[in-house]
Design a protein around this ligand. Structure first.
Ligand SMILES: [Fe+2]
Ligand SMILES: [Fe+2]
Length: 313
């Protein structure tokens, strides 16, 4: 069969909502785009454990500590499902991790911002996991089968993450004057970076058209961002807090909230590795990898022993 026919058949499958599976024929660019996206997503889950891990030892109560540990563990699990999904596209996990450590692979820029107070645990859950969910709910219907299936479970856990974040802020919002100020300050610092999580404007996003045609994405960056603003602008009222945007207002004719301009210079600076914590995050990952070498070696030695025993039996 000629390439032309293979491509046509592939597109017909996508149009009919048939999932693409690892052993199916796929255009090289489809494989590469998925591999890049899924591995970046895996890296984001793993690096994303760091800003919250920062507060496990300082959680204000045993209950809060248990909730935060569970959440951070969930993120580790998300990273592992996603590395496994990415491996089905023909790259080893070791290669992906090397690319992360060398700075070649990207992860979500949001994790390059510092978590300064306990209220940040609330703001991260509510805004960062909240923005991630918008994207991930769409991805439960993405065209690549292993990615779509991994997203179903991940989304269930993410919605718990968002609610625990909101509830953390709700408690602070009803607390002392200092607690309310801490709550507002965390919202102020996380709001704009959370909006940046949806990526560049559609007019400047290079991969968008093909990703829509191949149903890797089903909504554009700007559509998802608007959906997020509309949701959060209502929820923030329940906290009795505000979003740090003087241009935020309901637009009757659009049936959406209008909002102010994102600082795109800051966006590109952080993407390029000049964010407040880029270096710290990568150093922490490399250190964890080196210090965990003995665990990988021990697991390998154990697996080899089991294999030899099975052969002998
Ligand atoms: Fe996650
Ligand atoms: Fe999460």
């Amino acid at each position: 069969m000629g390439m032309q026919n293979l491509e046509e058949l592939f597109q017909q499958k996508i149009d009919k909502e048939v999932k693409i599976e690892p052993k199916d024929w796929m255009p090289e660019a489809y494989r590469k785009t998925n591999l890049r996206q899924i591995s970046q997503h895996a890296h984001s889950e793993i690096v994303g454990m760091l800003p919250e891990g920062n507060w496990i030892s300082r959680a204000p109560s045993l209950k809060r500590k248990a909730i935060l540990i569970a959440k951070v563990q969930d993120e580790a699990g998300h990273g592992l499902y996603l590395y496994a999904a990415a491996e089905t596209l023909g790259q080893s996990r070791e290669q992906m991790i090397n690319d992360l450590h060398s700075g070649k692979a990207k992860y979500s820029s949001i994790f390059n911002y510092p978590t300064l107070t306990w209220a940040d645990m609330g703001a991260v859950g509510w805004l960062v996991d909240g923005a991630a969910i918008m994207n991930q709910v769409m991805l439960t219907r993405t065209s690549y089968g292993p990615y779509a299936r991994a997203m179903v479970r991940i989304c269930k856990e993410e919605s718990f993450h968002q609610r625990q974040g909101f509830e953390t802020l709700l408690v602070l919002s009803k607390g002392s004057k200092e607690q309310r100020a801490m709550c507002q300050d965390a919202i102020n610092r996380w709001w704009w970076p959370a909006l940046m999580m949806f990526g560049p404007r559609d007019s400047e996003s290079t991969n968008s058209d093909m990703s829509m045609k191949w149903k890797i994405k089903r909504k554009t960056n700007d559509e998802l961002r608007q959906q997020f603003v509309d949701m959060i602008a209502e929820q923030v009222k329940l906290l009795g807090m505000t979003l740090p945007d003087p241009d935020l207002r309901w637009n009757e004719s659009r049936n959406h909230y209008d909002f102010g301009e994102i600082n795109w210079d800051e966006f590109w600076q952080v993407v390029k590795g000049n964010g407040p914590c880029n270096k710290q995050r990568l150093d922490a990952r490399r250190k964890a990898w080196e210090e965990g070498a003995w665990v990988r070696e021990a697991a390998q030695a154990h697996a080899n022993k089991q294999r030899t025993r099975k052969k002998a039996a």
